[in-house]
Design a protein around this ligand. Structure first.
Ligand code: NCD
Length: 305
């Protein structure tokens, strides 16, 4: 079933009807992936433009496209691109429109995704615009929560770490705002609290949230969502060094608890390795969910599902 929009730049554009449909198609894609793929998108080309470092998001999009029988062309690394020569994002997108059927782009500037979408005649997907949004990550997080917890309505989620610069927690907050009785505990150092653009949304939607600097305060939740301190967004390297490992989740802290542990990855020490074998450590399953979720989105935006 096609989606009622052509481009995905922000989770704020989505309705509950949209997320229900996307999650349903993602669940169907599990069967397709299990069979090794299909030829649903045969003849279609994804342009994967990554002007900021990425491993899993790019590989995930490319895997999703290829599992559906489509092909991929890639531009990787700002320094090797026409953007570096001074081309505008708008011109790059108009050029890529001549090559491909759909675009996924990551770019260091907040707002670049909306600018790109505004000139694209083919579907455009934001794969991360600086500290702005990362809608496909939030959708796969949502899908993972539903799979791991059996529901989304009523969950209590604790978000931990760099809530200021972490785009995934911003996108996921807006998405969870579509569900009933969600409760947030926000754990961060005072320097990295959730920005006003998100807390004002919680207030407007009357969503309960508490802010704390103490990780222990958040472990009685259904889900704990750990994040990396976003080194690349810091102007002051010493401040990054001071804050980078303020929170480290260990198996000892999780003893006797059933809280599901998520992380968008990469982790750089925030989750101790002894958490990995726990049945509630869901961050590698979350990665696999990213593939089926992106298969669903590519197919839906190309009006093939
Ligand atoms: C996240 C991102 O790029 O925002 N990673 C990802 O997409 N898997 C989180 C991060 O880089 O910390």
């Amino acid at each position: 079933m096609p989606l009622p929009f052509q481009h995905l730049t922000s989770t704020k554009q989505l309705t509950r009807g949209d997320t229900d449909a996307i999650l349903r198609v993602a669940a169907e894609m599990e069967g397709v992936l299990k069979k090794g793929g299909s030829d649903l998108l045969h003849g279609k080309i994804l342009a994967s433009l990554f002007y900021e470092p990425s491993t899993r998001t790019r590989l995930s999009f490319e895997t999703a496209m290829q599992r559906l029988g489509g092909q991929v062309v890639t531009a990787d690394g700002l320094q090797f691109s026409s953007l570096y020569k001074g081309e505008s994002v708008e011109d790059t997108i108009k050029v890529v429109n001549q090559y491909a059927d759909i675009i996924a782009m990551r770019h260091p500037e907040q707002g670049s995704a909306d600018r790109a979408a505004s000139v694209s005649a083919i579907p455009f997907i934001n794969a991360g615009d600086g500290p702005g949004q990362h809608p496909t990550q939030a959708l796969l997080d949502l899908y993972t929560i539903e799979k791991e917890r059996g529901k989304i309505d009523g969950i209590h989620i604790t978000m931990v770490g760099d809530l200021k610069f972490g785009r995934t927690v911003h996108s996921l907050s807006f998405l969870l705002g579509l569900y009933k009785d969600i409760r947030f505990t926000l754990v961060s150092p005072a320097e990295l609290t959730m920005p006003e653009k998100v807390t004002s949304f919680y207030k407007e939607k009357k969503i309960a949230y508490t802010e704390t600097e103490n990780l222990e305060d958040g472990l009685d939740a259904d889900v704990v969502y750990m994040t990396r301190v976003q080194k690349e967004r810091f102007e002051d390297a010493a401040q990054y060094e001071r804050l980078k490992l303020k929170y480290i989740l260990t198996a000892q802290q999780l003893k006797g608890r059933s809280v599901t542990v998520l992380h968008p990855l990469p982790r750089v020490g925030e989750i101790a390795l002894d958490v990995d074998p726990l049945p509630t450590a869901a961050y590698f399953r979350q990665v696999r969910n990213g593939v089926v979720l992106r298969m669903a989105l590519l197919a839906m935006l190309l009006k093939k599902a």
